[in-house]
Design a protein around this ligand. Structure first.
Ligand code: SF4
Length: 457
């Protein structure tokens, strides 16, 4: 049965998203909605949109405040409250794990020195597992309950358990992969890849310490991090935008003179090439505003499906944490994207933000065709990004590539590249990467091996 998407917007229909001439109407609907929600914020925002000066932390706080509202507006327009609330509830439920790490593990793990009297096998059963919960969550909940009850005996038991979990083979094995017990490690720039001597070699040859991952076919070889792992990274971030210290976005300034600092490997710490508002996006994700976070990222990086996890990590290299593990920013970015894509109408929400993003005052919506055509040679990441920005400015674009590119499947997209019907479930577009033929893009976006990029994007 064909999907229909009825937008809850007065006078603006789904088809209008594809009509540049109609996009100002969507912008006006948001403006009116914002005025009804918060007149003072709307006044600040109008001034900003009209070119009012706003930089650094002031601009960040305004954009974050508007992004909260934008998420609520879009959730209402697309009727996706259930999807949003489901994700938010999962995030909130897991908050105990991150609080346990922050308030208990980090403080107690360094404090306790003496060996626990009991071993892990004896201690672990004393912390009961909860129904419908993994043991990490159960332990965190045990801490919440003991703290709230002021139960010193239970907190002492938990401290003993913590020591046994972190300092015994049995404890480490049982808690392997727990984010609450994983603390940042010091960075050794000259041993970034762990290596070991090849056994029986006199010549001093070395090899990677980890077992090699064998590539068999073209499927993704690294799993996506889960919500808990991603939120662990979000909570590790210290949200540096509030004092213009977000060097992941803008680069690490040199101590003297102009330019950027270099790390011990002489890599220039220039930050994100797009100056993506990373800290602001992390703040929104922390607060449960995942769609707002996506809009914040798309302000500077509208084609983020082509970046993110394992594509580029210039931001990570420039993170404020230079002596220990940096925040895994690309991992967070990809999770924000996939979280929204997995919502009902998630693809359409993403598409909408490519056409209209009120956080972007320089180009809030796509302009109508301006009568001038351009030829873009190369349809890899640089080419299709350029094509996108030319289209936003109203140019006609023809794009060519040396690779033979098949048209997108006709049952899903018509000759203009427009979906034949709204996409309710993005997984309807997904294909096994092993079986997929080249379609839609060129360059490294197609011939690059899939460990680096999920071509279903
Ligand atoms: S990612 Fe690093 S540099 Fe960027 S805001 Fe977070 S802690 Fe600061």
């Amino acid at each position: 049965m064909a999907s229909t998407l009825q937008l809850n917007l007065d006078g603006f229909e789904y088809d209008d998203l594809y009509r540049a001439s109609q996009l100002p109407l969507l912008d006006a609907r948001f403006d009116a909605w914002l005025a009804g929600r918060d007149g003072a914020l709307r006044a600040r925002y109008r001034d900003y949109r009209n070119g009012g000066e706003s930089v650094g932390p002031d601009e960040s706080s305004l954009l974050i405040a508007v992004a909260y509202e934008l998420e609520d507006f879009l959730v209402g327009a697309f009727g996706v409250g259930e999807s949003r609330d489901g994700l938010r509830a999962a995030q909130e439920r897991d908050a105990v794990v991150h609080a346990f790490k922050r308030e208990f593990v980090k403080r107690r793990i360094r404090k306790q020195r003496k060996q626990p009297a009991r071993d892990f096998a004896e201690l672990d059963p004393l912390i009961p597992s909860r129904p419908n919960a993994d043991h990490e969550w159960s332990v965190a909940r045990f801490w919440v309950d003991a703290s709230e009850a002021g139960n010193a005996a239970q907190l002492a038991l938990l401290e003993e358990w913590l020591h046994a979990a972190c300092h015994s083979d049995a404890g480490r094995a049982a808690t392997s992969g727990w984010v609450s017990l994983a603390l940042p490690q010091a960075t050794n720039y000259f041993k970034l890849v762990p290596i070991v001597a090849v056994p029986g070699e006199d010549a001093g040859r070395v090899e990677g310490a980890a077992a090699p991952r064998r590539r068999d076919g073209f499927d993704l070889t690294d799993g996506r991090p889960g919500l808990r792992e991603t939120m662990n990274q979000v909570h590790y971030c210290v949200y540096c935008h509030d004092h213009s210290g977000d060097v992941c976005s803008h680069g690490f300034p040199a101590k003297e003179g102009e330019g950027f600092r270099a790390n011990p490997l002489d890599v220039s710490l220039s930050g994100c090439p797009l100056e993506e508002r990373i800290s602001e996006a992390h703040t929104l994700k922390r607060d449960g505003y995942t769609l707002g976070a996506l809009a914040m990222i798309m302000l500077d990086n509208p084609l983020l499906p082509a970046t993110g996890h394992r594509i580029c990590n210039d931001c990570m290299k420039s993170c404020i944490y230079q002596k220990q593990d940096p925040v895994n920013i690309p991992e967070i970015e990809t999770r924000i994207l996939t979280d929204v894509l997995e919502w009902r109408w998630g693809f359409e929400l993403y598409f909408t933000l490519t056409q209209w993003n009120p956080l972007n005052r320089a180009r809030p919506y796509r302009l109508p065709y301006n009568g001038r055509n351009t030829l873009c040679v190369g349809a890899g990441p640089a080419g299709f990004n350029l094509a996108h920005h030319l289209l936003q400015e109203g140019f006609g674009v023809v794009i060519v590539d040396g690779l033979k590119i098949e048209p997108l499947p006709s049952e899903l997209f018509d000759a203009s590249g427009r979906p034949t019907q709204p996409v309710e479930d993005v997984t309807d577009l997904y294909q096994p990467l092993d079986a997929r033929t080249n379609s839609g893009f060129g360059g490294v976006a197609e011939y690059g091996i899939t460990v680096r990029w999920d071509k279903n994007f």
